[in-house]
Design a protein around this ligand. Structure first.
Ligand code: SF4
Length: 686
């Protein structure tokens, strides 16, 4: 059996964007996938999900041909009949045209997210959107709150090279669980521990797999990380750990910050976070005496109404100690903005009409059910064209989302790899290629490489790439743009050259180009991203979003969270699991076997109060509804906290609604962002 080892790039929504080596068997199947050993961030390591990608690539349920729904919405494959590609594309074009004719072009909402992170196959939908003046999509569901909080202080969309974790003496993983969701971080942490005796601290509301292996774990109540960061800074100033000469040169108002922090003592933060005062002080001293301290900021603690303010508060820490200045010091949230790519061709930005309305993707439930706060004076959405996302399961307030998709007057086309629960609500379903079957290029959140991934397998059955489908629809709709006449590879080549980078033929043969800036830039020694080149302790929230009234300039605990009441005393966190990635992989046999079933981690004291034993069923609810899961006794969290890991299919729950039935579509401050971990609930025996 001929076996080739071919390079590729993981396209999934994960900061690692691993460089891969794929075993190809007989030219049309894959075996194991390995991490590329010579790419210095991936360093030969990939997660188990992708190592076993053959399970997903060759899954018997892969969509193989275009389908037209002939039965009821939500039933699944049995409610669909095959249709030719021509007929399917004609039908989609006809329905989008009809929606635009009846209500105006903004009645059509192309809707996508990060099922692939490839810039051609993910973002090409925007070229069609702009050419046709369809409604725009505000991309709020994942990184809006982190990006806004980071920008408030740092002012530039990049952080210190993740490989420097290996050179740190202290690594703080704040609001993330890399053992489960970004395994490469742990590889660099392990190097630092082995070679330098570095300490690992994890800050997370529950004892995750990463916290299990840490030297210290702090478990604040969800939504209180801003208070913790303030108290740490209080100690840093009070006990002489603040680097006043660094701040005098690199920060806007250190004296103002010091005064502001005077009342934000460890005692004050202990009452808000639920952490012991001593623990806060001990950690502050550890952080303060370690120059090479690297904070790896996750997304978890940003998924809260005050998430941007929380993230901003944490970015102030390395500025107070001056840790940014040292190799192995500073912080990173994401490096997706590191390379200034020219997206004009891929996204059709030269056709963007800024007068078209923007609809918030996290509020798809309210949008589809006609909420005027979203639609304004514009028309209802009567046609959706969806690629790369599964909003029936992943979007907040999923009861409203389902209600919207059930509308008789809504046309839906979904282009997907599997019959997701969203696809099951569609009128037309189109089969999509995987990353192994199309060309694309990728930036990364966790590292500094720009990477090229070429197709290494023929498309499965009748599957077509997102790019091909977008171009075919553009042709039928009369949309004109040079990007519609190019292959994916030509688009990549033109984009690279327009961005001042080597084109496809000059690109490094292994497919990855390290775009790390010089040390001075990487560490902001030549200035932060604001016009005055300073780190801003005084955030200009008004410049970052319209909803800034409740956000104070200095870092603080911003008490706008859903903090419960006597009827809803528990705080729910819907955290990621190790085996699923959003809803990708939640249908692979090994992942399901490892995760078991939807489960709530409950403190033994909470179980006792409910009169429940380990393994019994518990109903979790709030004003939006309730779901039933099995309870597991777990003492690695505060008694008020409830953890449900993994975005299971709605159908995995007894009553057919998943955990996002309970989460809110309220926008985080100041410019939106999904607040998945900011949910107060009640618990009852089921
Ligand atoms: S760790 Fe992340 S980027 Fe790497 S293979 Fe797994 S999902 Fe992909």
């Amino acid at each position: 059996m001929p076996l080739d080892i071919l390079p590729s790039v993981c396209p999934h929504d994960c900061p690692s964007a691993c460089a891969l080596e794929v075993e190809r068997i007989d030219g049309n199947r894959i075996g194991r996938i390995h991490g590329a050993a010579s790419q210095t961030y991936t360093h030969g390591v990939v997660c188990a999900k992708v190592a076993r990608y053959a399970e997903r690539q060759h899954h018997p349920d892969r969509l193989s041909q275009p389908l037209r729904r002939v039965g009821d919405k939500g039933v699944g494959r049995a409610a669909f009949a095959p249709i030719s590609w021509n007929d399917a594309l004609d039908a989609v074009a006809e329905r989008l045209t009809r929606a635009a004719q009846h209500h105006g072009s903004q009645a059509v909402w192309p809707y996508y997210y990060s099922g692939t992170m490839g810039l051609v196959q993910r973002d090409g939908i925007n070229r069609l959107r702009h050419a046709m003046r369809y409604s725009r999509e505000d991309l709020t569901i994942c990184s809006m709150l982190t990006a806004t909080g980071w920008r408030a202080g740092v002012g530039a969309p990049r952080g210190v090279d993740g490989r420097e974790m290996a050179k740190a003496d202290l690594i703080v993983v704040w609001g993330g669980n890399p053992v489960s969701t970004q395994v490469n971080v742990m590889a660099h942490v392990t190097t630092a521990r082995r070679e330098r005796g570095a300490k690992l601290v994890v800050i997370d509301p529950y004892r995750t797999a990463s916290a299990e292996v840490a030297d210290l774990h702090l478990a604040p109540l969800p939504g209180t990380d801003g208070a913790l960061a303030c108290a740490i800074m209080h100690v840093l100033f009070k006990e002489g750990y603040a680097d006043r000469s660094y701040m005098a040169r690199y920060a806007d108002d250190p004296a103002g910050l010091e005064t502001h922090l005077l009342p934000r003592t460890p005692e004050w933060a202990a009452a808000i976070t639920g952490l012991p005062e001593d623990t806060i002080v001990d950690f502050a001293r550890l952080y303060g005496r370690t120059r090479r301290s690297y904070i790896r900021l996750g997304y978890g603690f940003s998924r809260s109404r005050n998430g941007a303010a929380q993230l901003f508060a944490v970015t102030c820490l390395p500025t107070v100690t001056g840790a940014w200045a040292y190799e192995g010091g500073g912080a990173l949230q994401s490096n997706h903005g590191l390379v200034a790519l020219d997206h004009t061709l891929t996204e059709g930005l030269d056709m963007l009409d800024r007068s078209t309305r923007r609809l918030d993707q996290s509020r798809i439930g309210p949008v589809l059910t006609g909420d005027r706060r979203d639609l304004g004076d514009g028309p209802p959405v009567t046609a959706l064209f969806i690629q790369n996302t599964n909003p029936l399961v992943v979007a907040p307030e999923s009861g409203l989302v389902r209600q919207g998709f059930l509308r008789d007057d809504l046309f839906v086309c979904v282009h997907e790899q599997f019959m997701t629960e969203t696809a099951a609500m569609a009128d037309i379903v189109l089969p999509a290629t995987t990353f192994l079957e199309h060309d694309d290029f990728y930036t990364a959140g966790g590292h500094t490489y720009l990477q090229l991934g070429r197709a290494i397998l023929p498309p499965y059955a009748e599957c077509r790439s997102n790019h091909d489908v977008i171009c075919a629809l553009a042709d039928r709709l009369g949309a004109c743009h040079p990007g519609f006449a190019m292959t994916a590879l030509e688009l990549i080549d033109h984009t690279l050259r327009a961005s001042g980078l080597p084109g496809v033929t000059e690109f490094p043969e292994n497919g990855w180009l390290d775009c790390r800036p010089p040390f001075e830039t990487d560490h902001f020694l030549d200035g932060f991203g604001h016009a005055d080149k300073k780190f801003h302790f005084r955030a200009d929230w008004a410049a970052l979003g319209h909803d800034h009234e409740h956000l104070p300039a200095f870092p603080d605990h911003v008490a706008v969270i859903d903090d419960g009441d006597p009827q809803r005393p528990y705080r729910l966190v819907a955290a990621p699991s190790r085996s699923f990635l959003n809803t990708s992989f939640n249908n692979t046999p090994s992942g399901i076997a490892r995760e078991g079933r939807p489960t709530a981690l409950l403190h033994p004291a909470a179980l006792a109060e409910l009169g429940l034993a380990d393994g019994e069923r518990v109903r979790i609810g709030n004003g939006k509804g309730s779901v039933v899961v099995h309870a597991r006794a777990f003492d690695g969290l505060q008694p008020r906290v409830v953890i449900v890991e993994g975005i299971w299919p709605n159908q995995a729950f007894e009553e057919g609604f998943g955990i996002n039935l309970l989460t809110s579509a309220d926008p985080g401050l100041p410019r939106g962002g999904a607040v998945f971990h900011d949910t107060s609930v009640w618990l009852r025996p089921a």
